[in-house]
Design a protein around this ligand. Structure first.
Ligand code: B12
Ligand code: SF4
Ligand code: SF4
Length: 262
């Protein structure tokens, strides 16, 4: 783990959240600023219930294998359970307090904070037919790690993005899964997990190379997770599902910031 970050640089007039320094601090860990949005009292009652003072939501995430390249060894060394979630708390909590913000995590729940809806507002990404949001450049190879609620109104550029799925006639993501886990009824998690577990030691399997449906997408192929990184996520996914199968009442802690469902 790197030294604690000091973002308390001399404040510039009117700017109390130093975006350039924040971006740099995140990059040291392989994380990125993923845009943000102004809170709106008509749709953000859930956010304003825990932070009535929050004017801006800043999203943090990762793209491609940047996170793995910079911090993979540190994350893996934490061991089970949930090393990525524990690492994320350790890295982002000090960064959030440096800017006087309150941090919310995607993995705390249920109920879960609607990170995908927030990402739509922050960056204009859109849902793909397999549930993961697609980014015109990064394709399906990106994720969100935290949101920092801050007091200041910050003008974060929101890029309007095209939706790559609109121009994808064949939709290979929907047909590549060996057990047809994606159907008009949605994503059959048990069917997916049973298959991933059953063939996990086979070369070229979902565990070996990553979700085959995701890999079938022609967008953002340069950002595909490298096999070792993909295997880390597949292991985490399988472990978490096996744990909740053994004990269905098991949920993540909601202690940081409890919330009511929006
Ligand atoms: C619960 C959950 C799951 C569950 C259940 C999914 C399901 N049955 O729908 C399980 C454990 C199965 C799961 C699996 C995965 N998940 Co998941 N998951 C979540 C979580 C924690 C909560 C989702 C939720 O209930 N939100 C509450 C509602 C109210 O939020 P919302 O934004 O308004 O609603 C959106 C979602 O419901 C979404 N949606 C609808 N159907 C599906 C189906 C799938 C597969 C997904 C991913 C999303 C999705 O569409 C809505 C509008 O955008 C989110 C994190 C978060 N807090 O959002 C991650 C999240 C959605 N998952 C994510 C990912 C990447 C995955 C995996 C690919 C992980 C992996 N292995 O690498 C797998 C998919 C399986 C595979 N084949 O690889 C990412 C998606 C990133 C992105 N680019 O969009 C998220 C955002 C976490 C993150 N850290 O970024 N996931
Ligand atoms: S394969 Fe096509 S439809 Fe599926 S996520 Fe990629 S671009 Fe969208
Ligand atoms: S991980 Fe494998 S089994 Fe699960 S949805 Fe992806 S391709 Fe299908």
């Amino acid at each position: 783990m790197g030294a604690m970050l000091d973002l308390s640089l001399a404040p510039r007039p009117g700017v109390r959240v130093p975006l350039a320094e924040l971006t740099e601090a995140l990059a040291r860990h392989g994380l990125r600023l993923r845009g943000g949005f102004a809170t709106d009292s008509t749709v953000d009652a859930d956010i304003l219930a825990v932070a009535p003072w929050a004017q801006t939501v800043v999203l943090i995430g990762n793209v491609g294998s940047e996170l793995w390249d910079k911090s993979g060894a540190e994350i893996a060394a934490l061991g089970d359970p949930d090393p990525l979630d524990r690492w994320t708390r350790r890295v982002i909590e000090p960064i959030a307090s440096s800017v006087g913000g309150l941090v919310l995590f995607p993995f705390v729940g249920p109920p879960y904070w609607p990170f995908q809806r927030w990402a739509e507002r922050a960056e204009g990404v859109r849902s793909s037919p397999i549930g993961i949001q697609i980014h015109p450049e990064f394709g399906l190879w990106h994720a969100y790690r935290a949101a920092i609620l801050v007091r200041e109104a910050i003008a974060l550029p929101r890029r309007e993005q095209g939706h790559p799925c609109d121009a994808c006639a064949d939709r290979p993501c929907l047909t590549r899964c060996p057990v047809n886990a994606f159907s008009p009824a949605g994503y059959d998690v048990d069917r997916c997990v049973d298959h991933v577990a059953a063939v996990q030691n086979e070369s070229g399997s979902c565990m070996d190379v990553g979700c085959l449906a995701r890999l079938a997408c022609p967008i953002g192929t340069a950002w595909r997770y490298r096999p070792e990184h993909a295997r880390f996520h597949m292991h985490a996914f399988l472990n978490a599902r096996m744990r909740s199968k053994r004990n269905p009442s098991l949920t993540n802690s909601t202690d940081d910031v409890g919330r009511t469902k929006a």
